[in-house]
Design a protein around this ligand. Sequence first.
Ligand code: C3B
Length: 830
Amino acid sequence: PADGGPNRSHPLALAPVSSPPVSVDGFVREFLRELNFGQGVALSASTVNDQYLALARTVRHYLMARWLETMRRQKETQAKGVAYLSAEYLLGRQLGNALLATDLTDIVADGLAQCGIDIADLRAQEVEPGLGNGGLGRLAACFVDSLATMSVPCIGYGIRYEFGIFRQTFVDGRQVEQPDSWLALGAPWEFPHPDSAQEVSFGGHTETYTDSDGAERTRWVPAWTVQAVPYNYMVPGYQNGRVNTLRLWRSVATERFDLRIFNSGDYEEAVRSQTFAENISKVLYPEDSTPQGKELRLQQQYFFVAASIADFLEDVLPEDFDLTKLPERIIFQLNDTHPVIAVPELMRVLVDEKGLAWDTAWEITKGCFAYTCHTLLPEALEVWSVELLGRLLPRHLEIIYRINEEFLEEVRERFGDDELRIRRMSIIAEHPERSVRMAYLATVAGSKVNGVAELHSQLLRDKVLPDFNEFYPGKFTNVTNGITPRRFVRLANPGLSELITESIGVGWLTDLERLRELEPFAADEEFRARFREVKAANKRRLHAVLTERDGVSVSDGHMLDVMVKRLHEYKRQTLKVLHIITQYNRVVSGEVAAADLTPRTFIFGAKAAPGYKMAKDIIHLINAVGSTVNNDERLEGRLKVIFPPNYNVTLAEKVIPAADLSEQISLAGKEASGTGNMKFALNGALTIGTDDGANVEIRQLVGDENFFLFGMLEPEVEALQAAGYVPSSYYESNPELRRAIDAIASGVFSGGDRHMFDSVVGNLLQEDRFLALADYAAYIEAQDKVDAAYADQEEWTRAAILNVARSGFFSSDRSMRDYIDRIWHTPPAF
Ligand code: C3B
């Protein structure tokens, strides 16, 4: 065409996007074409990885038409959407989900079989993108899945880490971290667009100048710049023809900029900035809930939000867009404090680059952000030192100061010169060093602030941010977390899914409250037998996986008692260990005959932050207890401890459906929500848990009689701490507890070495920040009740079925509806 653009009216371009033929033959042709022409190998010479890559690319084709169509309609309608800003997305494997979304699982399996390939082998070849630490990152993945399934416009923004969460190995029972080279064998699900890179700058200084209208303005003169290259991922809705986008940014050096420094002769500076650039998206920080305040981490945060905002304003919005209407077009959801630097960044763009007046820009900004808080641990609320922030982002620091000044002025207008209150509420903390409280900044800027479970939101309002709650009535709200039933029920538990569909028909996967219709089946003996058979089959499947993966077996006929989550003291894996040791002691002391123990296999899965010494010591202890228990013949095989290394989404999908008992034993008031707890309940495990996070809501829904509650309530925890908690007093007054701790301290689990676990024992007896010893007696009592209940398999199964039937509330689709109603106001678009 004359204008040099693409010829959109070419006859073939009118309908360029159509899916490949959907038939077994059609699939085989597509697959072989990918293998031959895409991968460059003949079927006879292909490796499993060749086949996997060709399959992934073939399946991708089936989603492509929907993806392009979704983008076209979004561009056309300009419907209001969500930009989810998250430093983490713990996606899990993509292939199974893409096949489910397109409903092609059977066709593909048949076609591959005709080629002599077992689809299971290709599934197993996929390395999951582990671009998150734990709950927060997995939640983001569930949310984007639900939004696509509900046809809500959403673009997920994040970082394409070259190395995701480390691969955990054990050497002599201790955690050793290996790099997660998830990209090494190819990345068939991503679409890089280096031509659409954004520039992101750092450092330098600011200066004022007078613009052509004679107005006094500020500009930022940065010292170095990197390129942010977008990598797009498809986020397919479940069989609804919609595919949303996840856009992850990779940092690369900017040639142009480097040249400038090279030419100025400062070679070292040029090399430094090059290394900086490549480093920014190199590796995910493996800290869960305990940020370290590292400079590179702030660089990562600013890098991805600056690229995302620029991308949205420059590439997603139409050119002539009226920026005062921005809040009607987009909501930037801040997933914890990690992306909060986006607030001053949007202000900078609107004021410095677009020339808007400060007040106008601030109104827009306040309308465009909302903030989700995921924690209550004070050490997990991010702060950045003024020194670092000012050095890396001088203009942003100025903007934050001005936001704070105006905010505190409002506080003064309301409350007078209440200096204590002003100091409490200031976005800038003065001690121990001058720093920016990112949660406060997010609260001041956000249209809404939400916690992630009822209890958490209440504590957030009343304990963490009470001044803000008073100052901003109506700003605080709750949205209880959820999980996607597509991945965590349908894909992870096909047996249960089939049983459900047979019983209540189709449709429940996108309307999970319909699981209620299963309730009557709990009374049906035949249904219970089938439900148990599904569980048994899931245990056999797990056995097969663990045998192949780690050479360990899951004993037949055992209750499967599972605690999988990040290793953190507040989650209290040590309490679980003390229970195992207690059972062990009861047998070796002769109090209980081994034959009278309920046979149990305990499964742990947990990564510890590499710098978190106590967490790593606890991992060592679990492994040591495991090898002692597993090898003591006096137990007659009635107890077994398994700790498969490198717990991740892929393993979760095998472990959770096999579980009988779900361990959710955090100290009340510390676990914001938990999402594993929901996955277990939905897969028919019973929970033993404290009154914490979403456990509270799970128990309310499934019923007290179908949940093993124990331990102090949050106000009791507070009272005990206020009164002065003395852990050793529990040790002294409870003989069984004393015997358990003494067993560790006397070397029972360390081949006689009395000092191997000094740190754990010393910590428990002297500090025990999370009150494990105070809840020990109640926990053991509750576990004894679990054993008694498990003896009646009919009753147990009835309770398990009711757990499934009554947990539909925990679909992330429901979470998304709550966000839409309470915060986003973004209706489904098509
Ligand atoms: C987690 C919390 O610890 C969980 O209770 C919660 O269910 C999830 O977030 C999702 O809301 N969390 C996390 O994984 N990482 C953080 N930095 C803070 C909270």
